[in-house]
Design a protein around this ligand. Structure first.
Ligand SMILES: [Zn+2]
Length: 88
């Protein structure tokens, strides 16, 4: 990240989820970019897309060894969008 003020590469990005998205509602996240060189700080809030509805899993194979039915949670949830280029 390059600072827009002093052109230094001293930007520290902090991402904080304000509201977790649910299946019904979108969430929001705040991205805070702070420059250690000139102290410039800019925040932007992005909308997190709503979670996809849980899709039923059909077991095609005839094996029925496990009977646990815990719902698979989607880890991460950082599906792109928003368009902000994330280069690390
Ligand atoms: Zn700066």
């Amino acid at each position: 990240m390059e600072c827009a003020i002093c052109q230094e590469l001293t930007i520290t990005r902090t991402e904080q989820v304000i509201q977790q998205p649910t299946i019904c509602n979108t969430g929001s996240q705040e991205i805070r970019d702070r420059c250690h060189c000139c102290g410039n700080e800019s925040t932007q809030s992005i909308i997190l897309p709503a979670l996809p509805p849980p899709s039923p899993v059909y077991s095609s194979s005839s094996q029925s060894s496990s009977t646990s039915s815990n719902s698979s949670d989607f880890g991460g949830g950082k599906s792109g969008g928003g368009g902000a280029g994330e280069d690390w």
